[in-house]
Write a protein that binds this ligand. Sequence first.
Ligand code: GTP
Ligand code: GTP
Ligand code: MG
Ligand code: MG
Ligand code: ZN
Ligand code: ZN
Lengths: 205, 205
Amino acid sequence: VDLSKRTSELADRNLELLDEHGVRAIDVLGSVGSGKTTLINGLIDQLKPRMSIAVIAGDITTRIDAERIEVQGVPVVQIQTGGACHLDGEIVRRGMQRLDLDAIDLLIVENVGNLICPAAFPIGAHKRLLVLSVTEGPYMAVKHPIMVRQADVAVINKIDLAEAMRVDVDRLMADVRQVNPEIEVVTTVARDGEGIADVVAALGL
Amino acid sequence: VDLSKRTSELADRNLELLDEHGVRAIDVLGSVGSGKTTLINGLIDQLKPRMSIAVIAGDITTRIDAERIEVQGVPVVQIQTGGACHLDGEIVRRGMQRLDLDAIDLLIVENVGNLICPAAFPIGAHKRLLVLSVTEGPYMAVKHPIMVRQADVAVINKIDLAEAMRVDVDRLMADVRQVNPEIEVVTTVARDGEGIADVVAALGL
Ligand SMILES: Nc1nc2c(ncn2[C@@H]2O[C@H](COP(=O)(O)OP(=O)(O)OP(=O)(O)O)[C@@H](O)[C@H]2O)c(=O)[nH]1
Ligand SMILES: Nc1nc2c(ncn2[C@@H]2O[C@H](COP(=O)(O)OP(=O)(O)OP(=O)(O)O)[C@@H](O)[C@H]2O)c(=O)[nH]1
Ligand SMILES: [Mg+2]
Ligand SMILES: [Mg+2]
Ligand SMILES: [Zn+2]
Ligand SMILES: [Zn+2]
């Protein structure tokens, strides 16, 4: 079976199911500790007053991220991959079946912390949000072009640490746009809620 | 073919080849931007006066890391994986064949930035050195037990940023030891060369 054909079929079917129920889905990607869960907390804070949200949280192990989101009072399906380095359309479909899609407007999927493998496995989301952190250094965009090209929006997070990391944020934004001229880039200090409104706008929510 | 059987055979053969030539090998692992190349720069600074070193640098794309090491005057074989998220015994064997193993004492392999997949692919090194960064947050050890269990030495790097990240380094060290009681843990500020001597001692070099 041609892996990429089956992978894109699974993604298409998920997208169809979501559209039938009028649910928008965002796939949140990025390396370990880039700030994906913190950003999702921020998105929920901003959006919960005007839309109903559910989250699928993928991790190799533990329920740490799911618990950090559950305290915000939104339904969370925790997927423990047991070692798999990415989520795929099939795993996400099973997660979706544990949710009442008629009761939600927005589904946020937190993918596994990994800047490589998830790029090859679309899950059937409307937008892919890539969370990069200045603490990963100045080269993570040019060294991971496949992932940057797959994303619709890139967040450059933890800019409070840009000086301590000696990372030039403008240069990093230019690198991201050079790899993917279509991408929207915003900067955040997700821990303090700074820039989250720009992320909401960039996602068209 | 049983993948894990073939994988461990490849690793064993590499180890045999290294031992025949009296070469010690270290596999340097860790997430994107954790500080692997910076730490390798520091190890070369400390060890070059008393042993001859070569490096195999793995990356999906670019020669950025190889160039940062070449300026130290040691032979570097750059392996561009083209997208593969980990090095394996076969790829590393091909890299070794481009080196004169009789002319070196120490081979350092920089694995691909990824805290998941490389754990399942031993390359045939004597020691596995895992580089964690406080900037990845407080949970990266408990969330990646497979990788932590595979490592002989763990470095907690960028401790100059522990306060800004609100990460308790002692707690993190305890987490690492809980996941793998055999592991040696040291802390570094690799960028400034701090703690590198402890890493050398922990590796038995
Ligand atoms: N200084 C600073 N720290 C941040 C920021 N955003 C997140 N953090 C911290 O970074 C660490 C990791 O954040 P998480 O949100 O858990 O990252 P993640 O991408 O979800 O991590 P994984 O799911 O484990 O891959 C935590 O300690 C956060 O408090 C920020 O803007 N500035
Ligand atoms: N503040 C601080 N920055 C550091 C430290 N060690 C490394 N860095 C910075 O972290 C960034 C990434 O370091 P690298 O050595 O390139 O990390 P790496 O693990 O080799 O990265 P990849 O090969 O891309 O996965 C660079 O900007 C370094 O200068 C440290 O101890 N403290
Ligand atoms: Mg998370
Ligand atoms: Mg590197
Ligand atoms: Zn993978
Ligand atoms: Zn992999």
